[in-house]
Design a binder for this molecule. Structure first.
Ligand SMILES: C=C(O[C@@H]1C=C(C(=O)O)C=C[C@H]1O)C(=O)O
Length: 460
């Protein structure tokens, strides 16, 4: 559906300025005085302990500081509603972008609920400041509100000074409890058994469904998300580390990236649990993932991606064979897809929200066929997934954006409490205990980044 970009009377007129900060003079305010923090840890210590957003992979990405505004949507139309509100905001903004890279100018961080009937808002957060880093260049964006007409004239140094970054050491929280959430491990095994037997029944119309469970980690005092992000970034360098509206994690799966008209996606399905050392277990993982269950499961994910990306892309190319994606805790079957964003007959561009909407939920987090799997999830899973397994990422004002699938993550519910989520693809021959162990392996990154003292059960 094409979006009109005419701003409504209530749309704020943001004043946006982006400029490179990697060549600043020594008299610029810290931390930009000629030496940008060079390590991610160095930079994390500059951030406030809360009130920021992040989308970082390795040394590149975007960090938002403060919040200028939040756009919200719910229900079936949440993707369209967010896209419309975003387009209006972009159309009304006054932008002075001296950087002109993907992710410069106006940027919003977004996290979208998995299910249309979720009681949780889908959001776009627009920060006051955005720090970007890409291809070795570093830039800063300031987003001023329409209440402050003096902003356009402000000097870069004044804007930077307004950031008021005061380094505080990263803290470690003391974890006091790890408790089952709405779906306990025992209940998870029961619903996996029920789902698998349903998939085996001759009249079943579904071939695969993804079921998840949750657990609640409570700390003695505030959780320092900077520490969590720093550990995830260091331990899982190939993942996208994110923090949007309290949803924090490190996903290995890119739902869609739209960059300069190019669309790409990384789909995962099929999981081997690492017992000790992923390097030494590659051959075993290859043998395990070459089995029928995982290769069929993977082919469902590819088919669903190709058929849903098809209508919004041209020249779509999907890897002919999956490759192994090796992480510290699991090894996945992975396939990459590339294409070009289609152009509409009326010349308007397709927004990253629409591309995300087209492919969400993939068979990797929903199932096959999609609509029936979603019905079964709401029937079997006794919880609201919230933003877990939904799209999480960023968009800019030029039609670029990246959305990962929010996996290996948790939602902060209180300053000292976080709900973690993990799921697994259920096939007719799934074994409940093995699927439960797979979810434990998928909880592991967040548990260890939070400092939960817990040794995983590594037996297969
Ligand atoms: C559902 C999750 O992971 C998904 C399910 C996978 C599987 O079943 O093999 C693999 C990767 C993800 O697409 C999760 O991490 O919570």
């Amino acid at each position: 559906m094409p979006h009109t970009s005419a701003p409504s009377a209530s749309t704020p007129r943001l004043t946006v300025r982006s400029w490179f900060v990697d060549g600043l003079t020594p008299d610029a305010p810290p931390p930009f005085a000629g030496n940008i923090p060079t390590s991610s840890l160095d930079f994390l210590t500059q951030l406030p302990t809360s009130g920021f957003a992040c989308w970082v992979r390795g040394r590149s990405g975007l960090v938002g500081i403060g919040r200028r505004l939040r756009l919200r949507a719910r229900g079936e139309d949440r993707f369209h509603d967010l896209a419309r509100q975003w387009d209006e905001l972009v159309a009304a903004a006054e932008v002075d972008d001296r950087v002109a890279l993907m992710g410069s100018g106006l940027v919003g961080f977004s996290a979208i609920a998995f299910a249309a009937d979720s009681g949780v808002d889908s959001v776009i957060d627009v920060p006051e400041y955005i720090l970007g880093r890409r291809d070795g260049r570093v830039w800063l964006t300031h987003v001023g509100g329409d209440e402050d007409p003096t902003q356009p004239a402000a000097q870069s140094d004044e804007l930077i000074a307004g950031l008021q970054l005061t380094p505080t050491p990263l803290r470690d929280q003391r974890i006091v409890s790890r408790a089952p959430g709405h779906v306990s491990p025992e209940r998870f095994e029961e619903i996996v058994a029920l789902a698998a037997s349903r998939l085996r029944s001759p009249e079943a119309g579904e071939r695969k469904i993804v079921l998840a469970r949750d657990e609640v980690i409570t700390a003695e005092d505030d959780i320092d998300v900077r520490t969590v992000l720093g550990r995830l970034n260091a331990e899982f360098p190939s993942t996208w580390t994110f923090l949007v509206a309290g949803l924090v994690g490190a996903t290995p799966e890119l739902l869609i990236g739209v960059e300069d008209g190019a669309v790409h996606s990384r789909v995962l399905a099929g999981t081997y649990r690492v017992q000790d050392d992923p390097e030494k277990e590659v051959a075993r993982a290859r043998a395990h993932l070459g089995g029928r269950k995982d290769s069929v499961e993977h082919s469902y994910a590819i088919d669903s991606l190709a058929s849903t990306l098809g209508p919004v892309t041209e020249e779509l190319h999907v890897d002919p064979e999956p490759h192994l994606l090796q992480l510290a805790n699991v090894i996945h079957l992975a396939s990459d897809a590339h294409g070009r964003l289609s152009t509409r007959a009326d010349g308007s561009r397709i927004s990253p929200f629409e591309v995300a909407h087209a492919v969400h939920p993939t068979a990797a987090v929903g199932g096959t066929p999609r609509a029936r799997a979603m019905d079964l999830i709401s029937q079997f899973e006794e919880m609201d997934r919230g933003r877990y397994a939904g799209p999480v990422g960023w968009v800019d004002g030029y039609g670029n954006g990246q959305f990962g699938i929010a996996l290996r993550c948790g939602q902060l519910e209180e300053r000292n409490r976080i709900r973690l989520f993990a799921g697994a693809g259920i096939m007719p021959d799934s074994e409940p205990e093995s699927e439960r162990r797979e979810t434990d392996a998928k909880f592991a990154p967040m548990r260890s980044a939070l400092g939960v003292d817990w040794s995983p059960d590594t037996s297969h």
